[in-house]
Design a protein around this ligand. Structure first.
Ligand code: NDP
Length: 453
């Protein structure tokens, strides 16, 4: 397995992949580790997560540079990602006991009845490259706190991150087998899901990968969580403060070089403020610096892989062929690396690629609507349902609007973001299940009814 620097297209490092014997050993280690780990107290498991948080905090620079080298994330955003991983470890170290405490339910007067939340076993996590630390840690922290053990199949373009995650947990004192990285291709995943030693599977990634893994998990009657793509609407109502909204909109679309499932992708703007918003938004987009992601001044780095850039370029071309108008950008940047110009499209037909598919890169599409009713109809006119935001000066109006979104994460006057304290996940083709918060830690547990009479 090779990691490639997306800035230059040059190889960075080579890694030995795991073969079927290695996978078998890892599964046995996981099974053995679970026997002991699941019996430890939540407080003990939390102590080790707290130590992991400390290691992450100490090594922010090292891990941030690793991510930036492997997938091109601007360095400041990479640092923030490492700190957020420390936060989610601390969060579950502090709250797991409360989230998993027995739930006593008054039922029969002659019995004591309660629900006990018990871990299931080894859980396979299939993770993407776009937030290579965060996506893994938001699985690791709740699941290890709950007493499960983890196996990570990370994306093939971030093997260095995958191994660093395993190493930091080991350094923090996690027993052998509690968390293991498998350097394998996606074609080797099915037999792992089929293996009796694996109790469940979670995937963050594309709809296609989600369908494949969900199908296999269903066939094996194993629980699964799927966090798939999004085409989040960003609705600007007629009373929104335009300058500030345009500035947040550009960040919501372009952070992580637009490669985020919860990036704002479709800007839906009330006719009364449309021209003003589009002017301000294009100014914001054009003011961003595209460059070397190691450079502190860079806002937008390269895309993570050349094939992802080709896919994005193809989506933009198809959208323009369908009749959209190009306001800025629209082409790959000449020279080394997988750079793409930040792009704004308007007059985007509702059946075109940018309106119907997930655009995973620096391109925003802007649509004009005449009133709130049309805005919510356009916002919900998608097969995805991950995040959504609405921008207005009237908080009651914003909240009422947010309740009408068909999405899992609905924000008023803030960009869609994940937070350890709040559930994260989608509806429709964005997947099912929830990560983070009390909901996330209860995904891979046996909610066991106990009746004592
Ligand atoms: P994928 O969905 O292909 O990859 C995500 C993870 O799933 C990787 O670990 C990948 O492994 C694995 N995987 C892929 N197919 C299967 C399968 N059939 N069975 C088991 N595991 C599988 O995403 P890409 O990197 O190819 O990106 C393509 C598009 O996916 C993006 O343009 C974007 O639209 C979407 N995406 C969404 C993400 C999100 O956060 N929701 C994150 C990343 C991508 P491997 O790398 O070895 O192929």
């Amino acid at each position: 397995m090779e990691s490639i620097n997306p800035v230059t297209g040059e190889p960075l490092d080579e890694y030995e992949t795991h073969d079927t014997d290695d996978i078998d050993t890892a599964l046995s280690n996981a099974e053995t580790a679970f026997d002991d780990w699941s019996q430890q107290s939540i407080a003990h498991r939390g102590t080790l997560l707290q130590k992991t948080a400390e290691r992450l905090d100490e090594r922010v620079e090292e891990y941030a540079e690793l991510m930036t080298r492997e997938m091109g994330k601007p360095i400041e955003q990479a640092r923030a990602e490492v700190k957020k991983c420390a936060w989610v470890c601390e969060y579950y170290a502090e709250t797991a006991a409360e989230h998993l405490q027995d739930e006593v339910i008054e039922s029969d007067p002659d019995a004591r009845t309660l629900v006990s939340y018990e871990p299931l076993g080894p859980i396979l996590a299939i993770m993407p490259w776009n937030f290579p630390f965060w996506q893994a840690f938001r699985f690791i922290a709740p699941n290890l706190a709950a007493g499960n053990v983890g196996l990570l199949k990370h994306a093939s373009n971030v093997p260095g991150c995958a191994l660093a995650i395993e190493a930091v947990l080991e350094d923090a004192g996690l027993p052998e087998g509690v968390f293991q990285t498998l350097l394998i291709s996606s074609s080797e995943v099915d037999p792992i899901i089929e293996d009796d030693r694996v109790a469940g599977v979670t995937l963050t990634g594309s709809e296609g990968a989600g369908r494949a893994v969900g199908r296999k998990a269903g066939e094996q009657l194993k629980p699964s969580v799927l966090e798939l793509g999004g085409s989040d609407p960003f609705v600007v109502l007629d009373d929104a403060p335009i300058e500030a909204t345009a500035e947040r909109g550009a960040f919501a679309r372009l952070q992580n070089t637009g490669q985020s499932c919860i990036a704002a992708k479709r800007f839906i703007v009330h006719d009364a403020v449309y021209d003003e918003f589009v002017d301000a938004f294009v100014d914001e987009v054009e003011a961003l610096t595209v460059g070397d992601p190691m450079d502190e001044a860079t806002d937008i780095g390269p895309m993570a892989r050349p094939d992802l850039r080709e896919d994005l370029d193809d989506q933009i071309e198809r959208t323009l062929d369908a009749g959209a108008e190009l306001l800025t950008g629209g082409e790959a940047v000449d020279g080394e690396g997988a750079y793409y110009q930040p792009t704004v499209l308007t007059e985007v037909p509702s059946d075109s690629a940018a309106a119907t598919e997930e655009t995973f890169g620096p391109v925003a599409s802007v649509t004009r609507v005449s009133d709130e009713q049309e805005a919510i109809e356009v916002a919900n006119d998608t097969d995805f349902g991950l995040g959504a935001s609405v921008w207005t000066s009237d908080l009651d109006r914003g909240e009422a609007f947010a309740r009408r979104f068909e999405a899992g994460l609905c924000f008023v006057n803030e960009l869609v973001k994940s937070d350890p304290r709040l559930p994260f996940g989608g509806v429709k083709n964005s997947g099912y299940g929830r990560e983070l918060s009390r909901h996330g830690i209860r995904e891979f547990v046996n909610a066991k009814t106990i009746w004592v009479q």
